[in-house]
Ligand binder design. Structure first.
Ligand code: AMP
Length: 305
């Protein structure tokens, strides 16, 4: 079933211990859409400037991602620059230029409004709300956020996530949002904010899903070389909701099984791990569904006992 993905489509400058790229395709919606495109039909909502390259649009279209909701306006595409520390678990943001995103008023094409699944990638919480308001028949909505919005737009953010089924967030941000250091307490507090499901991402250490009735914890996939973790969290989100959309699952009601929840988290982890194997979105130029399913099986083996 089709999935609408809103968020940034960006150019990124990234430095890791493995190298530096001054400008490459990035953005939360880009990573989410690429990852989810292996599971379901994706329709993207974002804005880019007139500097957005045709090759980059072609990469997305080549994965069958619907670009009708990708507006092009005069000006510059969102730009973000970050640098990773040696162990790659931390990064500093050196620059965030919203550019054309500063005045973006998302207007969803007719064909998007009936989609059943919505993933709100990292972007201004007010924009996330505007997109949600235009959806008519949602089965499942969730999203992501980051420290920038948690610290400086807290009120807006709380109003926004109140209406979500699930929130994906990394461990630092879960602490920042909840004011709790202990992740279990943090998750419980976030579950009081609206979402009935919260997934805390812990980078190379894996991920944890919490609900009032269940929890599930998965270790990270141990890559020998992490080239560039940028977008891994977004790819996790794409794999997670992509799997649910592929099977028409919701996260409410009686039919939710532990197996379904854990498979969604594992597909998220698989997609996050592939993302780190190359710089930027490069891994998605060659990745196949067979490779994804093979790694999913590998996860099953190394986590079962
Ligand atoms: P991740 O590594 O999963 O957190 O995602 C990194 C991506 O998020 C990069 O490609 C950036 O372009 C994008 N990004 C970084 N900061 C922001 C922001 N404030 N709003 C929207 N997107 C952002």
């Amino acid at each position: 079933m089709s999935l609408v993905v809103a968020g940034s489509v960006a150019y990124d400058g990234v430095e890791t211990p493995h190298g530096r790229v001054e400008r490459m395709l990035g953005g939360a919606a880009t990573y989410i859409s690429l990852a989810a495109s292996y599971f379901t039909q994706v329709r993207i909502v974002a804005v880019v400037g007139d500097d957005f390259a045709q090759d980059d649009a072609d990469l997305l279209a080549g994965r069958n991602i619907d670009l009708e909701g990708l507006e092009r306006v005069p000006g510059k595409t969102f730009f973000w620059e970050g640098k990773y520390t040696d162990d790659m678990n931390d990064r500093v943001t050196l620059r965030t230029d919203l550019n054309v995103f500063a005045d973006f008023q998302p207007k969803l094409p007719e064909s998007y409004q009936n989609a059943r699944y919505l993933l709100l990638g990292n972007i201004q919480p007010s924009l996330q709300r505007t997109v949600l308001d235009q959806m008519k028949h949602l089965r499942l909505v969730g999203g992501d956020t980051m420290n920038f919005w948690i610290s400086d737009f807290r009120g807006e953010l709380l109003k926004t996530i109140k209406r979500w089924d699930f929130l994906l967030i990394n461990d630092h941000e879960a602490r920042l949002l909840s004011g709790e250091n202990n992740l279990r307490k943090a998750a419980n507090k976030i579950l009081e904010m609206g979402p009935h499901t919260v997934v805390i991402k812990r980078g190379e250490y894996g991920a944890m899903l919490f609900r009032h009735d269940a929890y599930f914890i998965v270790p990270g996939y141990l890559l020998e070389n992490i080239f560039d973790p940028t977008g891994a969290g977004d790819c996790f989100a794409g794999g997670f909701i992509g799997y649910l959309a592929e099977h028409g699952f919701s996260l409410e009601g009686d039919h939710i099984s532990r197996g379904m929840l854990s498979r969604a988290v594992i597909y998220g982890s698989v997609m996050g791990s592939f993302c780190c194997e190359r710089f930027g979105v490069d891994r998605f130029r060659t990745l196949t569904r067979e490779e994804i399913d093979a790694r999913f099986e590998e996860f099953r083996k190394f986590t079962s006992f």
